[in-house]
Design a protein around this ligand. Structure first.
Ligand code: ZN
Length: 75
């Protein structure tokens, strides 16, 4: 996983990533297990949580976009 990160609390750019499995209760009684990425600031411990399901969705979108010719002006 590659995400830009700057800690909201202390501005540190160092972090480590952990994966967490959490139960997700949707409408009804069914409980599914969802995967989350935790980005933990190595300085103060502030944690951001991302849904892996949505991140993976974005990845697919990026793939579709990469089929189009790239226009890079500020390189
Ligand atoms: Zn921090």
């Amino acid at each position: 996983m590659k995400l830009d990160f700057k800690c909201l609390k202390c501005g540190c750019e160092k972090y480590y990533v952990r994966t967490a499995i959490l139960p997700e209760k949707e409408s009804g009684l069914k409980i599914e297990m969802g995967t989350y990425y935790l980005k933990i600031c190595s300085e103060c411990g502030y944690t951001e949580m991302y849904s892996a399901r949505i991140l993976n969705k974005d990845k697919k979108k990026e793939k579709d976009n990469s089929l189009e010719p790239k226009t890079e002006s500020n390189s």
